[in-house]
Write a protein that binds this ligand. Sequence first.
Ligand code: PAF
Length: 281
Amino acid sequence: MQLFKNLEELRGWRGQQSGRVVLVPTMGNLHEGHLKLVDLAKLHGDQVVVSIFINPLQFGANEDLDSYPRTLEADCQALAERGADAVFAPQVSDVYPRGLHAQTFIEVPGISELLCGASRPGHFRGVATIVAKLFNMVQPQVAIFGEKDYQQLQVIRLMTLDLSLPVDIIGMPTERAEDGLALSSRNGYLSTSERALAPALYATLQQLANAVGAGTLAPDIAVAEARQQLADKGFRVDYLELRRQQDLQPATPEDTELVVLAAAFLGRTRLIDNLTFTRNY
Ligand code: PAF
């Protein structure tokens, strides 16, 4: 496996590739969920490039940019064992040569302001900008993203469509621990007691999806109950919302392809999760 620490090295290698290149964008601190993205990537092309870049543009002023775990060596070892072909781990100055504040950015309107976008202003602008830049740098034919960040995936799909980027976007179902907790780099911040509580987030989403999917509870009541259940267990709910899948606007009675999305704090750790389902009645 090759490691490229700057754009020039990456471009030199990319110019020699004739097959299909698949990109797996990450911020490092890799866990099994990321490695499953690599497994899927291998099925979609000839060369798998994993980018590892902690993107300052998508972190808010009070977020965990400084403390975000930086584990390049262990990440590269895991990726080599998993059969990735190349890692692209550029410096901030390479990615943002004119500085963060001068950077041209990409904003996907509407969807970027909802849900996580409301709690994290500017976050999806940072995500859309870095993903478009990574597409230009790596020039993949395919890119793989986890469905755990469902809103991010939809923002990237819309950006790719709006900018006519020649990249197929593939979503990968969320990888979970045995007790249902979605794998995330931020799970490492949870204390032992918080970790024991954390699976309740997904369990609550499942209950809601079952009830709304089968029509046994009205959506408004199911959402209110789910929020209350999480609060009773000790979560501080940032949002828990039932939306239609495509653009994440509030679901109307006519919408059948639905997603329930939640962000909730346990202590200082913000967990997110979601579940897509079809309303059958
Ligand atoms: O999901 C992530 O890890 C990041 O948001 C991404 C897509 C790599 C962009 O920095």
